[in-house]
Design a protein around this ligand. Sequence first.
Ligand code: NDP
Length: 452
Amino acid sequence: MDEYVSKLMANVKAKNPAEPEFHQAVQEVAESLSPVLDRHPEYRKAKILERILEPERVLMFRVPWQDDKGNYQVNRGFRIEMNSAIGPYKGGLRFHPTVYLGILKFLAFEQVFKNSLTTLPMGGGKGGADFDPKGKSDDEVMRFCQSFMSELFRHIGPDTDVPAGDIGVGGREIGYLFGQYRRLRNEFTGILTGKGLNWGGSLIRPEATGYGAVYFAEEMLKTRGETFKDKVALVSGSGNVAQYTVEKLLDLGAKPVTLSDSGGFIYDEAGITREKLAFVLELKNVRRGRIKEYADKFKAKYVPVDSKLDYNPIWDIKAHCAFPSATQNEINAKDAANLIKRGVYLVCEGANMPSTLDAAKIFLEHKILYGPAKAANAGGVATSGLEMSQNSQRMSWTREEVDHKLHDIMVKIHKNCYETAERFGTPGNLVNGANIAGFLKVADAMLDQGLV
Ligand code: NDP
């Protein structure tokens, strides 16, 4: 770590104690940007990076709600409005018991660079609550969402801040949140993305993050003259991103063999087919059951989580590529070494920051095809941007139109990261490429707009 980065990190840790995920995200970006700041003293003088890592605004609020038994419950809600230099704040809402300020700040920070890479005019934000939708009835989820929006509505708007979904926030939650916003404001405007199709949503938005990650990986493979035909793929998670990653892998001739949830993972050596995927969609999106049921139904192997292990056995299976699509830090250094030992030479991050700093270093040292989250999973927010365009024009594009635009954006993001990595002397290092390319656009906008 050079002197500039060590000083910056010491300051970040002192000012933001007990937020390890935020420290991790900042350190990765700062290490990539050090050579850029050497070449461009104007950014350093204007303290651009120091300003980017200080949120423009942090909202933290009480979310009281009543459960089905009539008991009062209280959760904590957040919205981090990180940076609006290139557009309104944009980024998802996460409902998960692990949510706290540090997780949302890391996500909001990453979102600034990601949104910049999409080529669309969107700033960065993130929000959510430490609420666990798992095991709650639809009515409980509705009452929670209504209470959450009863505070959030004051702070968002189509030209201010446009949230979307993330872990624990899918079509059902977006519906309840939107309904409450409309009721409070008496306005039908595009203040959330991921909406239902007949009330302002965009075709392909549910599929976009997973499809986009596979499109990005396809571009990485092309640099080696390869395709997905017959490639064996490990996928973690079984939510929105994992489901549509599997679907697009199947479209392109690959063989996905794993899926997981917080209880464990399934390994289906014969491959997850379209029929089996349809079962997973019904299991996870309608019945809200556990992935273990897949193993029972299709005679696949099920491995429950073993918290005593210092590695995750899902990453210790022979394969060509891996799509971590569950959550942050799900691949540690040991997992990274196992992946490489098992023949994996492409890792494409559907989840946000799924690899620890040490794991990412191992991928880069081995010069495998490594697509970092900021770039690889940007298809979701890019398609949210397309939903916003359709809302403001009061138009709906066809499935083919949106998919074509999504594909085009992912190809452009890959090209931008690939070329930027070369331009700054680290060819093939898409982590540097993504961090630098994402930074430059925001940094120049901030320089233009003065000290705000
Ligand atoms: P979902 O809630 O639809 O699915 C999340 C999946 O990951 C579930 O299978 C869940 O299992 C598992 N999971 C979540 N947290 C943990 C944990 N702590 N330990 C083990 N498993 C866990 O979320 P998404 O698919 O939308 O999000 C997945 C990842 O992709 C996240 O990192 C998110 O930030 C990122 N992402 C999502 C985008 C989107 O458009 N939705 C856009 C860009 C990135 P269980 O049900 O048991 O909790």
